[in-house]
Write a new protein. Sequence first.
Length: 102
Amino acid sequence: MFAIVQTGGKQYKVSEGDVISVEKLENAVGDKIKLDVLLVSDNGNVVAGQPTVKGATCEAEVLAHGKGDKIVVFKYKPKKNERKKQGHRQPFTQLKVLSIKK
């Protein structure tokens, strides 16, 4: 059984026991949260929602918060000696999918 869930403006394919990294959530470590279920598949029986599946729930637990790998943002204007170098690390939240119910 798997489900397509939505959080942070992105969609993820998850099964029970999966660990996923999503956009940063304001929940504390150890909190249990419910995710919006867009599609559920159970042994080839697919149910799609409009936009979410009624009665379907996906429960997940917050494992950790962190920051992703650093990316370098380098802007410059040729022949003008104008340069700007910045770094960015995107914050994320790690979730463990506990259950998917249809």
